[in-house]
Design a protein around this ligand. Sequence first.
Ligand code: A3P
Length: 327
Amino acid sequence: MADFVPKTKEDEENELQRYKDLVSSFPKEEGWGFEKYICQYQGFWYVDKHCQAVLAVQDHFKARSSDIILATNPKSGATWIKALVFATVNRSNYSIDNHPLLSQNSHFLVPFLEISPYQNQIPDLEILPSPRLFATHISYNSLPQSMIDSSCRIVYLCRNPKDVFVSMWHFMNKMRERLSKPPLDVMKVFERFCNGVTHFGPFWDHVLGYWKASLERPQHVLFIKYEDFKADPGFHLKRLAQFMGYPFSYEEEKEGLVDEILRLCSFENMSSLEVNKTGEAPMGAFKNEAFFRKGKVGDWENYLTSVMIERLDQITEEKFHGYGLKL
Ligand code: A3P
């Protein structure tokens, strides 16, 4: 393991080439969106450029105890949790009516490690002030060792797989539309989802890794369900703030700050902002508006057949059996 930032451009290029060569030797399956194929590494599936970045994150990212890491399966609400965490942790730095979230998408403010900072480069993240906020889709078992060894906080947001599948299908189709590719055959990608061959999947293994970690290391890993957050956002935001070490004071609650943050980060507010209607996403290939579709619980009812529902429920039941987890 090389836990250093390469000193010269040549060192960096050599290191990146080494990752490319490694990734090209991994098992491959057909891709979903912009990519031809996805490849398998440590039991999970990645677009090759993300996989190269995962290797770089594993080798070079040095966690600090003050870091806050937001982990999700794709389409589980990262856009929302990033906004909530950014607004909560930085609440003494910005007023709500002149807030960075009003002019910048939350993916700019809290980058996915493997999608932006480590994409084709090995950045020096040591220069960033604490607390650093990062997001990731990397599975728990593949996180860099320093994240496990340090006492940094990891927040995992999980969502019902039926809504995740529907959201992902729409998202990938948006991306394909921009690339003039035909929409994905829903039955074909459903099969792949069920078999675990999805970006950063298998979905269920991803969830279980963080679920087990949250039971083993509850001071360091917080497991939250999108559906629970939707049902009682005030309670869950306060719990989240407490976990991160930024609890709301009695005065802040009385002044209505919790509600103000929830309003700022609400689907209705975020999706109506100009930056989120017309801005380009930092990861390329789509616009910010692709991150805002309906933001509802249970939209799967409008898309999945009874056979699909039964299949997903059965897999969820089997995979989570004995772990005390219900989605
Ligand atoms: P739907 O496609 O079901 O509407 P991610 O942010 O991980 O990419 O997940 C995207 C999903 O989160 C989309 O779900 C999107 O609409 C929803 N979402 C985005 N912003 C949200 C917000 N502020 N509150 C609740 N859900 C939000």
